[in-house]
Design a protein around this ligand. Structure first.
Ligand code: HAM
Length: 409
């Protein structure tokens, strides 16, 4: 029979890698919970309409990267490609606008995008994300960015750069879109064909192009940052001031584009030099119109998501933490007695293991040493030969007294 493998663009997380990931997750959880964020988890799939309406019909994600399927009853469902729209859906569904603002949540979940797989880009990947809903205070924008910078620093991500921009309100953005489309149409002959085709659908993506002719045109293109209305410009100035106060370095990048349509005002991306082509470690921004677009009350929001795989790729070697073993229960014939001892030890809170692979006594000792066990107990009916592997001493104890003796130690 041929051997089956995981689908292209997906990967298994084996125990050793899980322990490395757990370290990153612990760091993030501790920082976020201390800052008032509570965990939220939404389903792995949602109504397709949520992403069409939330992320935007014109985005690459909705146009070509969604895993959508029929639920059997004629309703289209989609494996979630991102977490912001689902969190906003949950916020509306559970009336969370009645909670004291800002409502701050984080998630640590897997997401799905039908992208061309390469290093750092997968079809199922993990994101750590946060969303803060119900406040337009620039301090919330700054807080989320400062937390992200701290998480990246503490997880050891190297060569980090923060690019920052602002998109203004939806109205400003629409007026700017028209102005930019007009400019692109006037310079259409010098644009790459793919950019030309997207002028009407998504003119902003022209800033993403690597094509030399297009780049030349874009260098002279009108900039959204220069078109911000007064309160949006003040909001952005305030975010920058607060980042400065927190000592977070950033570069203003008026050409910053992100692949999701819900953003308003603050927009940012963290990249790492340690990554190749897929250099984005994390990205996010404000999305003041999204909750309303999903049928909720007008509600400002801001958040980000970081790719766990990219954090790991950009942070080099991580020590694999091994769970300590207090007791290794060995035996030659007394399997049932050994099992009873194992159970009693675990009930008493000890990290205990028992021989399960039919090794000789010598092999069992070797295995105990490999696990770094502190005690090695050979169960022989009602008595036990107990060896302290750290101290190198051995004594014989009653099996009944063993657990109490170890707990005391
Ligand atoms: P995003 O930029 O699409 O934003 O994704 C955020 C992060 O997820 C990326 O920076 C990257 O690290 C990781 N990522 C994305 N696609 C892949 C992939 N195919 N393979 C591996 N990692 C990937 C969002 O998803 C927004 N929901 C972020 C947000 C939250 N904005 C506001 N709140």
């Amino acid at each position: 029979m041929s051997k089956l493998t995981a689908p292209r663009g997906t990967f298994d997380i084996l125990p050793e890698q899980a322990s490395v990931r757990a370290g990153v997750e612990r760091t993030a959880r501790e920082l976020l919970e201390a800052a008032g964020y509570g965990r939220i988890e939404t389903p792995s799939f949602e109504a397709t309409e949520l992403f069409a309406r939330g992320v935007g019909e014109a985005t690459d994600i909705v146009q070509k990267e969604m895993y959508s399927f029929d639920d059997g009853g004629g309703r289209s469902l989609t494996l979630r490609p991102e977490g912001t729209a689902p969190v906003c859906r949950a916020y509306v569904q559970h009336g969370m606008h009645k909670l004291p603002a800002p409502v701050r949540v984080y998630y640590l979940s897997s997401f799905f995008r039908a992208e061309r797989p390469q290093a750092g880009r997968y079809r199922q990947f993990w994101q750590l994300g946060i969303e803060a809903l119900g406040s337009e205070d620039p301090a919330v924008d700054a807080e989320t960015i400062v937390l992200l910078a701290a998480i990246l620093a503490q997880t050891g991500v190297t060569g980090v750069r923060l690019r920052l921009s602002s998109l203004g309100s939806l109205g400003t953005r629409e007026a700017y879109r028209d102005e930019l489309a007009e400019y692109l149409r006037a310079n259409a002959a010098r644009l790459a064909p793919v950019v030309r085709e997207r002028i009407e659908l998504n003119p902003l993506r022209a800033f993403d192009s690597e094509d030399p002719g297009t780049r030349e045109v874009m260098a002279g293109a009108p900039r959204l940052l220069d078109r911000l209305e007064r309160d949006d410009a003040e909001h952005f100035a305030s975010v920058r001031e607060l980042l400065g106060r927190a000592g977070v370095a950033y570069e203003i990048d008026p050409t910053l584009v992100r692949g999701l349509d819900y953003y308003t005002r603050t927009l940012f991306e963290f990249t790492s030099d340690a990554l190749g082509a897929q250099s984005g470690v994390a990205g996010g921004g404000r999305y003041d119109g999204l909750v309303e677009a999903l049928g909720g009350p007008p509600t400002p929001g801001v958040g980000w998501a970081a790719g766990i795989e990219r954090i790991l790729l950009a942070s080099g070697e991580h020590p694999v933490s091994v769970a300590p073993v207090d007791l290794y229960v060995a035996f030659e014939a007394a399997r049932a007695d050994a099992f009873e001892t194992l159970t009693a030890a675990r009930e008493a809170g000890l990290a205990a293991q028992m021989e399960l692979a039919g090794r000789s006594l010598k092999g069992q000792l070797k295995q105990a040493e490999r696990l770094g066990a502190r005690f090695f107990a050979v169960v022989e009916g009602e008595s036990v030969r107990l060896r302290d592997l750290a101290a190198g001493t051995e004594e014989t104890v009653d099996r009944d007294a063993l657990v109490e003796r170890l707990v005391a130690a």
